[in-house]
Design a protein around this ligand. Structure first.
Ligand code: GLU
Length: 525
């Protein structure tokens, strides 16, 4: 990956940057006492872009970047562009491009322009590299791959910086027309203004003996990330670039490129790194729990994921936060989003929060008739297959009823078949949960048996409450114990849906058969 700094370099520049930031934080806090922090949120329509490289399934970090760029565009009535940075042909992963489109659609991020593929714009980059070559800001380099590999750490010795026309022609012959084009980097990079971090000063590694001189055009003729990114952001009129902090070391190079062209750079916002809640380390892209597709397969809803990602580095305005409101739809986020409420500092990704949002939005879908119908059509085929029941209207109605009456117990619809298996097949009473075992240990099997016998053979949804009250009184047991015994007989579990709902969905006949069977089972224990 010649176009990016090596990891050590990123780590050290970020460390350096953090040091600067902690000083800056202190300074801005002191400053804050006297003056209100000036707003950095744009007041006129912006142009933003999401510029992923199709190198794998989208990660929640990238989704957050897409979301913030999308929200900023919508919030200011601006434009949101989708641009595929696919010029590094060696890193392309089959299916990654489709995964980007599918995810944008799934999350309902409307794209105003694009997708634009950089790989289809090589003529444009060829035109603009000529400008830099002409101005002396770029030069052809014919050095061997071995030499370049060796110079990766120490820097480049600028062997090819001042080649004459004749030397270039000669090298062209020797290299079979193959060369790269480098940017003549300044000795010192200019500091730049980041809307979140303030003034940022990142210099290339000081211990480097050679020069940075980043590659702009690779030997295959393709532009590097730096070059294509700058040319495109300029040509596409991008006004605001929101991207992850890992791109901070690239920004000084980009600024110098803008300068070389005589262009005004966009405004930059580098959003904090996502770290794992367990290890405090950078969130691994390889782990499936951070991949959008993986989460989708686990039954996570787009509304939940969007809400979750929105809060990974942004907080709602104080009046809303004070009301402890944290669930927001995309429409609400579009209105509320502001660059003034972005947060600094690494963000811990806590997936239990994602599940909380999922439960919330799943319930919202259940309460909406057309979305409920969609859920039914997703869940029923799985139920049909698992329990070998025909997928007909009877089954669909049953699934709908369960979702409506018991759906609040679900965190994701993937849990449906497991959690509500007893509605479709007789439970396996021998598989006892800890809670069930506790019922038998604490209450004793004779008492459970007595409760079930006392309930009789005519338990049904309409009368069950009074039947339970009566048994509680007659046997002198706790109401909770009667509920648990009955639930166990009907569902194989002592907790779960409300008992009258369980009985109504199962039907009186099936419910009473199960009670009778449980009595026989316990008798033979
Ligand atoms: N192609 C880069 C990425 O994959 C884009 C970085 C940027 O936004 O400039 O994240």
């Amino acid at each position: 990956m010649g176009s990016r700094f090596c990891n050590d370099s990123i780590a050290s520049t970020l460390k350096q940057l953090n040091k600067q930031n902690s000083r800056r934080n202190l300074a801005s806090l002191l400053h804050h006492k006297q003056t209100k922090k000036a707003s950095v949120h744009p007041t006129t329509p912006v142009v933003t872009r999401f510029a992923p490289s199709p190198t794998g399934s989208l990660h929640i970090g990238s989704l957050r970047t897409a979301l913030y760029n999308f929200l900023l565009a919508r919030n200011t009535n601006g434009k949101f562009i989708l641009r595929l940075e696919d010029t590094d042909r060696t890193r392309l992963v089959p299916g990654a491009e489709e995964n980007i489109y599918d995810t944008m659609k799934w999350c309902n991020f409307g794209i105003d322009e694009g997708p634009i593929k950089q790989s289809e714009r090589t003529a444009i980059y060829a035109k603009y590299i000529k400008v830099l070559l002409g101005k002396g800001y770029a030069y052809r380099c014919f050095c061997s791959k071995e030499k370049l590999d060796a110079s990766r750490l120490d820097g480049y010795d600028r062997h090819c910086l001042n080649l004459t026309e004749a030397e270039i022609a000669d090298n062209m012959k020797k290299s079979d027309g193959k060369f790269i084009i480098r940017f003549k980097a300044p000795d010192k990079y200019e500091s730049f203004d980041d809307l979140l971090h303030g003034q940022v000063n990142i210099q290339d590694r000081k211990d480097r003996v050679g020069y940075d001189d980043p590659v702009l055009i690779k030997s295959d003729g393709m532009p590097t990330y730096h070059f294509a990114n700058v040319v495109d952001d300029h040509l596409m009129g991008v006004t605001h670039v929101i991207r992850g902090e890992e791109w901070l070391p690239s920004t000084p190079k980009h600024i110098m490129l803008y300068k070389a062209f005589g262009w005004t750079p966009p405004k930059f916002v580098h959003i904090p790194l996502l770290t794992s809640v367990e290890s405090d380390k950078k969130l691994s892209k390889r782990k499936n729990d951070a991949s959008v597709l993986g989460l989708q397969q686990k039954g996570i809803l787009p509304e939940a994921l969007v809400n979750f990602c929105a809060l990974l580095g942004w907080a709602p305005p104080r009046d809303i936060a004070q009301k402890n409101r944290e669930c927001f739809t995309l429409d609400e986020l579009e209105k509320l989003f502001s660059l003034d409420h972005l947060t600094k500092g690494n963000v811990k990704v806590d997936n239990s929060k994602l599940l909380f949002f999922n439960k919330h939005f799943l319930q919202k879908r259940i309460e909406n008739e057309s979305q409920l119908a969609e859920l039914v059509s997703q869940v029923t085929p799985r139920v049909s297959e698992k329990f070998s029941i025909e997928n007909d209207t009877t089954l669909q109605d049953k699934v709908r009823l369960i979702l409506k009456d018991c759906g609040h117990c679900l965190t994701t619809t993937n849990e449906f078949e497991g959690m509500f298996a007893y509605f479709f097949a007789e439970p396996d009473y021998s598989q006892q949960s800890d809670e069930t075992q506790r019922l038998f240990q604490e209450t004793g099997k004779d008492q459970v048996l007595a409760i079930l016998r006392a309930l009789g053979q005519d338990v049904n949804a309409d009368t069950v409450q009074s039947q339970i009250t009566e048994v509680t009184k007659n046997l002198g047991v706790k109401k909770r114990t009667v509920f648990q015994a009955l639930r166990f007989a009907v569902s194989g579990e002592v907790s779960g849906a409300k008992i009258h709902i369980m009985l109504a969905i199962l039907g009186a006949e099936e419910s009473n058969n199960r009670i009778a069977k449980t009595i026989t089972n316990i008798e033979s224990m």
